[in-house]
Design a protein. Structure first.
Lengths: 113, 113
């Protein structure tokens, strides 16, 4: 049961341009959303989060947008840098679940010079 | 910077054997988690732990699995009788509060032969 979906398995962007990673979810009980970045053989690294009471959260080059009516969130990275190349996971949790994170399958981002 | 540490980094075990995966969460965190990632698949939630008890567990976390916080610093995952399909990367995570970002360890690669 795929409650968090990342439909693009990969994305290639030129350095300096904007990277947009998308995520859809099906569970209307989700109220906290996170993006993680993962390099091979390492654990996921937290990037940015957003709660359902907001529609935008910004941290430096990273901005997360939440559209609750569409059950959609996106991560914008601008400007993209080669060091951003990694797998990006969207995750979501419902408040009353013991805070278990439901992960998407990930999008592999490649930023080319 | 505080981090979640996991040992060992790689564990090879024979089918039917018991394994214990160890984690030291970030010291002031109150919520602890285990996740796993089978090769090529998404990161899956196993169990969350708060106030010395399991707060939630997934269908994966059956009677063969158990968790323990034996002292003030360690958090362990035990698999009583390993199966081939238990081969995966196991990630420990901790968070300060309930709906706050979880920080992940580097993972333990478990290989069951």
């Amino acid at each position: 049961d795929q409650q968090v979906k990342q439909n693009s398995p990969s994305l290639s962007v030129q350095e300096g341009r904007i990277s947009i990673l998308n995520c859809d979810y099906t569970n209307s009980m989700f109220d906290y959303f996170l993006w993680y970045k993962k390099y091979p053989a390492e654990g996921p690294t937290f990037l940015i989060s957003i709660s359902s009471i907001k529609d935008k959260n910004e941290d430096g080059r990273f901005t997360v947008f939440l559209n609750k009516s569409a059950k959609h969130l996106s991560l914008h990275i601008v400007p993209s840098q080669p060091g951003d190349s990694a797998v990006y996971f969207c995750a979501a949790s419902p408040q009353d679940s013991g805070y278990a994170l439901n992960f998407g399958k990930g999008t592999s981002l490649l930023v080319t010079p | 910077e505080p981090e979640v540490t996991q040992t060992p980094s790689h564990q090879v075990t024979q089918m039917g054997q018991e394994v214990i995966l160890r984690c030291v969460p970030i010291s002031n965190h109150l919520y602890f988690y285990w996740y796993r990632q089978i090769l090529g698949q998404k990161v899956e939630f196993l169990v969350s732990f708060y106030n010395n008890e399991i707060s939630e567990k997934s269908e994966i976390f059956d009677d063969q699995f158990s968790v323990e916080r034996p002292d003030g610093s360690n958090f362990t995952l035990k698999i009583r009788s390993t199966k081939l399909e238990d081969s995966a990367m196991y990630f420990c995570a901790s968070s300060e509060g309930g709906n706050t970002e979880a920080f992940f360890g580097q993972g333990t690669r478990l290989t069951v032969v």
